[in-house]
Design a protein around this ligand. Structure first.
Ligand SMILES: [Fe+2]
Ligand SMILES: [Fe+2]
Length: 352
């Protein structure tokens, strides 16, 4: 039974003495929580496992060595350098708005175990921004640093892209109905599950050519965190589909529009001058990812052609560190095993 699409989402009170934290009456949204983190009794056990996993993923950007990247930066072609700066700028935007927006979604969550995961997600998104700052300060020369943050001011395609993504979140803030909450949830899933990955591929591609290994090391850690966020929304969206008014056509439209925006931006910033990435491979990869993300929330694939069934970048997967067999892989070009414990708490991220 759907709730009314125009009904306002309720924001949890700071403390609700008349709340009921029993498992039988607990729900992710529209419950009557006291707002205490009552985690002794848990209805959504997957959330505790996911939280544990997110905590085990803990890492500190400054512990990763980017010194080779400082000299490599000047060995990039001008096109690669331009793409490097532009992608960093775009990813900074994504993590900035996530840090800002997730608290809005979280404030209506009435299952504390799910709130717990979102609190950790917010912390990770903030830390991702710090990792971009670390890269920018270490690798990018002083006279170009501000330009990375301000890239959207001079690049119209990036500005359009940022506005398009922000608009779907802002819509809920301006008019916090249940319908707009659901749209913001799907927008969040698209950001976590689709919008980062052509950027990650760019850095893995450079690393596969022995360039910018420190940056790739940082991005593989961010990639791993983002996949834990993908997993969170893969759990939340099917639950939300049972409660919130929506149509499947609307979800498909959002995905298709997201794919078009993602391809347009990637083609713009990567162009046709970077070895190993073409407009065709970007389209294939983005549609492949969209299909996979749809299937994992219980929907049919949107792009049925055979070519969208497989990633064109499987040769770069070994750089991503998201596969089970790569968990104890050494840092790039180093003999030492990475100082971070890899995702031993799950049996690989293959399904996401
Ligand atoms: Fe992030
Ligand atoms: Fe994220």
């Amino acid at each position: 039974m759907y709730i009314d699409s125009t009904s306002k989402m309720s924001i949890n009170p700071i403390f609700n003495p008349n709340g009921d934290d029993t498992i039988e009456n607990r729900s992710i949204w529209f419950g009557n929580t006291t707002n205490l983190m009552q985690l002794n009794d848990v209805r959504y056990t997957w959330a505790l496992g996911l939280y544990q996993q997110m905590r085990e993923n803990f890492w500190i950007p400054q512990r990763l060595d980017v010194t080779q990247d400082v000299t490599d930066y000047w060995n990039l072609t001008p096109e690669e350098r331009h793409a490097y700066d532009g992608i960093l700028s775009y990813l900074t935007f994504l993590d900035s708005i996530q840090t800002c927006n997730i608290p809005h979604l979280k404030s209506s969550i009435t299952a504390p175990e799910v709130s717990l995961c979102m609190a950790e997600q917010i912390s990770q998104e903030a830390m991702h921004n710090q990792s971009y700052q670390y890269i920018i300060e270490t690798v990018i020369p002083p006279d170009r640093r501000n330009a990375v943050y301000d890239f959207w001011r001079t690049d119209k395609v990036l500005k359009d892209r940022c506005e398009f993504i922000a608009k779907l979140y802002q819509k809920y803030i301006d008019n916090p109905t249940s319908e707009n909450y659901f749209i913001a949830l799907v927008a969040d899933y698209l950001l976590e599950g689709l919008y980062f990955y052509n950027g990650f591929i760019f850095f893995y591609n450079l690393a596969s050519r022995m360039l910018m290994p420190g940056s790739a090391d940082i991005f593989k850690m961010i990639n791993r965190d983002e996949l834990s966020h993908v997993r969170l929304y893969q759990k939340l969206i099917p639950e939300a589909m049972q409660i919130f008014p929506h149509s499947v056509e609307q979800i498909y439209e959002m995905f298709d529009e997201a794919v078009k925006h993602e391809c347009r931006w990637t083609n713009h910033i990567v162009g046709n001058d970077i070895l190993g990435i073409t407009e065709a491979s970007t389209e294939r990869y983005t549609k492949y990812l969209a299909n996979m993300r749809l299937r994992s929330i219980g929907l049919e694939a949107l792009y049925s052609e055979e070519k969208y069934k497989k990633s064109p970048y499987t040769h770069l997967e070994r750089f991503s560190d998201t596969k089970k067999e790569a968990h104890t892989k050494a840092n790039f070009f180093e003999a030492t095993v990475t100082s971070y414990v890899m995702s031993s708490g799950v049996s690989g991220w293959d399904e996401i």
